[in-house]
Design a protein around this ligand. Structure first.
Ligand code: ASP
Length: 439
């Protein structure tokens, strides 16, 4: 394994995990220890290690990113481009979802709403606990999501993983750090830069265990979910995959090529370890350290741009999530026989866009946002019970799209800012020079 590049190791781990997870399920055990418990243990260890890095990494990289930008003009320009890119790609993603769900109509079977047939497949236990966990989160939730943006207590925001609040505080801190006298300012900048670099080193170290961690995470998911339960939801599953695929292999590459002027293939190669890790962890936040590493080291984007665009993107820019929310809500609307008027569809698009900004980059975060949409278009939130069957696997796929879109943003913005050396050498050198197992 020593000579194989990291992304191949991860890919092999994913394939093995699919096989093992499917064969052992959750029951099979040896000497009283179930395979599932072992997968879960390894996967959780890896996920914890990644999450351990997040808070100091986000804070230090945003603070350094903003402080390094210096004058207000630079910050405004980079901020404007970043938000512009994020708004544009999320909207494009939702439109792709809207198009595909309207064409394939997965919620209609033989010309009739599929609600009754699909209801049979919901798992009552899981449904009850999901509904309980999101009960009371009605339309007001959109406001709550944005209220958290300015945390009343930054320590508890960090402890509770409320990234929007942490990002806001770090942006403000970084900006005002440049306003204090030089001597103190320099000490602070060196301090945060030291933290940021240390966190990157820790990321590299944690990633050496990625193939094992990924194996554990994916095998546990497959053992738990299996494929048998997919049958009634197959059409929905395929619809989401097609829409996500279109966004990832058509829309984003077109933007890379025509707005960024870079080779999409070279960028895929640069980002392979991050995409595969996003797929395995279902968390763009947990993948962030690696996304930053790949964008900086493999794609050659400056630290300045990386440390501003990516931490923001991991929370704010979720193309896969926005697309999924739109497809899922319209699928349920179709299945329940709701009239899909222009107003309904427009409401779905708008709320999908807003909530995708606010939802956290953690597994299954979309489900909460979907309940907000369902409430708005007048469907019972119990309807999301239908989505539970396929959610785990689709979460993996949409998270990969989320992370890939963030990385495209970093590359395109760096190019537009005239940064030299972004994805410029031959594609072979992008296979993870810094993330290869043999260095
Ligand atoms: N798991 C996704 C992410 O971390 C969020 C979601 O769509 O549930 O990006």
């Amino acid at each position: 394994m020593k000579k194989i590049k990291l992304h191949w190791q991860i890919l092999i781990a994913i394939i093995l995990a699919f096989i093992f997870g499917q064969i052992t399920g959750t029951e099979m055990s040896i000497a009283g220890v179930s395979f599932y418990a072992v997968y879960d243990f390894i996967g959780t260890l890896f996920l914890n290690a990644l999450q351990m890095i997040i808070v100091p990494l986000i804070m230090s990289s945003i603070i350094c990113g903003v402080a390094n930008l210096g004058g207000r003009g630079d910050l405004g320009r980079l901020g404007g481009m970043t938000l512009g890119y994020y708004a544009m790609t999320s909207t494009l993603a939702i439109l792709v979802g809207l198009l595909v769900v309207n064409i394939l109509a997965p919620g209609i079977i033989d010309g009739a709403p599929a609600g009754d047939r699909l209801n049979l497949s919901t798992d009552d236990g899981a449904l009850a606990s999901t509904v309980a966990s999101i009960e009371g989160r009605g339309g007001a939730d959109i406001i709550a999501i944005f209220l958290r943006m300015i945390p009343s207590n930054v320590i508890s925001a960090a402890a509770e993983g409320q990234m929007l609040g942490l990002i806001f505080f770090s942006l403000v801190f970084g900006f005002f750090m440049t306003q204090i006298p030089n001597r103190q300012g320099e000490v602070l900048l060196n301090f945060w830069q030291g933290i940021s670099e240390t966190m990157m080193r820790i990321t590299m170290w944690v990633m050496r265990f990625a193939p094992f961690g990924v194996f554990g995470l994916v095998a546990a998911t497959i053992a738990e979910t299996g494929f048998a339960a997919f049958q009634p939801m197959l059409m929905f599953f395929i619809t989401v995959l097609i829409a996500l695929g279109l966004h990832m292999v058509v829309v984003l590459p077109l933007l890379l090529k025509y707005i960024g002027g870079v080779s999409p293939v070279a960028h895929y190669r640069a980002m392979a370890p991050a995409i595969l890790t996003a797929f395995s962890t279902s968390s763009s936040s947990a993948t962030l350290p690696l996304t930053m590493e790949c964008v900086e080291k493999n794609a050659g984007v400056s630290e300045k741009t990386t440390s501003f665009v990516l931490p923001l993107g991991a929370t704010v820019n979720m193309d896969g999530t926005a697309l999924y929310e739109c497809v899922a809500a319209l699928f349920l609307a179709q299945a329940y026989g709701l009239d899909l008027t222009f107003t309904t569809q427009f409401t779905v698009v708008l709320i999908a866009l807003l909530t995708s900004i606010g939802v956290a980059g953690i597994p299954a975060a979309s489900l909460v946002a979907i309940t907000v949409i369902l409430t708005a278009i007048g469907l019972p939130i119990e309807a999301i019970g239908l989505l539970l069957v396929t959610d785990r696997i689709l979460d993996m796929c949409r998270t990969a799209v989320n992370v890939f879109s963030d990385s495209c943003g970093a590359v395109i913005i760096a190019k537009r800012l005239g940064e030299p050396g972004v994805l410029e050498s031959s594609p072979q050198s992008y296979t993870g020079s810094s993330l290869a197992a043999d260095d």
